[in-house]
Write a protein that binds this ligand. Structure first.
Ligand SMILES: *Cc1c(COP(=O)(O)O)cnc(C)c1O
Length: 470
């Protein structure tokens, strides 16, 4: 596969270069594949439930062709995914796609674990270890740290703002040992990010060490997220014959979004033939993308804090990829968009639990509520010409091509649940009056010893530490 760049179509590189560079520092653009090969009709039309790793292998293959042989790719996938995504029906036309069954209980495990193994694979031919530096405001750091733990040839240093993340998140970061360690910085998330960025531009440091990043813009995190879209859409297409008795329903995938990496992965899966009719982009009060879809102008802004804090992104990086793949008009045909404020998030968790018995986390709750609203008349109102006010929470004024299917009861929804509710116990408890059950792997972390290294918000101290310890 040849990869290009969102800002300069004359750029051409291989997968290895795209993965190891992360982003194209020459243009500031993001890497994207030059094509999205469709899976064979034979594969797509299977009437038996697909195996997750089978889907993953077939989808990854064209993107690594000529660079990672089949046997090695298969090994990477088997090693990355000892867990899978689960498709759980909660009513006749609604499926929750649970993406929280990985080690850190959030969907980022899918992307980070694949990326770690691919980087290790490409690093085998190098003499030196590769040092990954990550600044985190919470969830990304634990997914990345856990994904790289014990992976050959790689070290990870995570910087987090001491006292500014939840106690559970801090435990998930501070208890790593071996090739992954955490520095608790006396500062904010922005300070952590600045320390990392300064290190990347420090020529002396770069001469001494091979440094790399592991953030969500890396193409090797985006591609594997497309696996579960394909897997769930194929599974739902088969199951809905029994569940809803709707013939050939429209399949709508509802994605709780922040940086829009997850949703971009969904677009890749659809390009490759996943039976997904359309998407809903669902956000919290950081509604830059819903506003873009409603008004046609894209205005990045500072983020605001919400209960669904892993989606607190005001300037979503992957807007650039979406805009490189589709025109605004195409986006409007394919997407409905929706957003909720904090009060709406609490109500959504409560309502989902009351109506279905399911305990959903604050991120998934935004998606569930979006689906619930369009089934209960929000799209019909829009179709009748009532545009509403996009600056208020709810469905944004855009009528996608698939609106009639929903209005006429000929659609099923796949709601992405991106984290285990126990990771956001306080918010969930505010909504339903009790804490969700704690998965044993999260419980276990709470009892591990803390190894985080204290660090002043000082580049000199950080650099000295790197030189002494890498
Ligand atoms: C990161 C994250 C999101 C947002 O995903 P994007 O790819 O940034 O849109 C949603 N939910 C949870 C729980 C997350 O950790």
């Amino acid at each position: 596969m040849i990869y290009t760049d969102t800002r300069d179509k004359t750029v051409k590189c291989d997968f290895r270069t795209a993965v190891m560079n992360g982003m194209n520092s020459a243009t500031g653009g993001l890497y994207i594949p030059t094509s999205y090969p469709k899976l064979s009709a034979d594969f797509l039309n299977k009437t038996i439930e697909p195996a997750f790793c089978d889907v993953a292998f077939n989808m990854a293959k064209p993107y690594v062709e000529g660079e990672i042989p089949d046997a090695d790719l298969n090994h990477i996938i088997q090693d990355a995914y000892p867990f899978i995504s689960k498709v759980a029906p909660i009513d006749q036309v609604t499926y929750i796609l649970e993406l929280s069954h990985g080690p850190t209980c959030a969907f980022k495990d899918f992307g980070a674990r694949f990326m770690a193994r691919v980087m290790s694979y490409f690093n085998r031919t190098e003499n030196d270890r590769l040092h990954i530096l990550v600044a985190t405001s919470g969830d990304t750091g634990s997914a990345v740290g856990s994904a790289f733990l014990g992976v050959e040839g790689l070290d990870v240093t995570i910087l987090y703002p001491e006292g500014k993340i939840s106690p559970l998140q801090e435990k998930q970061l501070s208890t790593f040992t071996g090739n992954v360690r955490a520095l608790k910085v006396k500062g904010t998330f922005d300070d952590c990010q600045k320390l990392v960025k300064t290190a990347f531009t420090d020529k002396e440091l770069r001469k001494k060490f091979r440094l790399s990043s592991a953030n969500s813009i890396n193409i090797s995190r985006l591609l594997p997220q497309s696996f579960y879209y394909m897997y769930s859409a194929m599974a739902v297409k088969n199951r809905c014959l029994h569940d809803s008795k709707i013939e050939n329903p429209a399949i709508i995938t509802i994605v709780p979004s922040g940086n829009f990496g997850n949703l971009t992965s969904g677009l890749i899966a659809r390009e490759m033939g996943a039976p997904i009719t359309g998407f809903m982009a669902a956000t919290n009060a950081n509604h830059t993308i819903p506003d873009w879809i409603a008004t046609g102008s894209y205005n990045a802004r500072s983020s605001v804090e919400t209960y669904a804090n892993a989606m607190d992104v005001g300037a979503p990086s992957n807007y650039e990829r979406i805009a490189a793949m589709y025109s605004l008009e195409e986006v409007r045909h394919l997407f409905a968009s929706y957003w909720l404020d904090n009060e709406g998030i609490i109500d959504a968790i409560k309502e989902c639990n009351r109506k279905t018995g399911y305990i959903i986390d604050p991120h998934g709750a935004v998606a569930w509520k979006a689906w619930n609203d369009i089934r209960s008349g929000a799209l019909a109102t829009l179709a009748q010409g009532c545009k509403g006010d996009y600056t208020k929470p709810g469905l944004t004024a855009n009528l996608p091509d698939w609106a009639d299917a929903v209005i006429n009861g000929k659609a099923v929804g796949i709601v992405l649940e991106t984290a285990d509710p126990a990771k956001f116990g306080a918010t969930v408890s505010k909504a339903i009056g009790r804490e969700p059950p704690m998965p044993s792997r999260l419980e276990a972390v709470m009892h591990l010893p803390d190894h985080a290294i204290p660090m002043e918000n000082s580049y000199e101290q950080f650099k000295d530490w790197l030189i002494a310890n890498l």
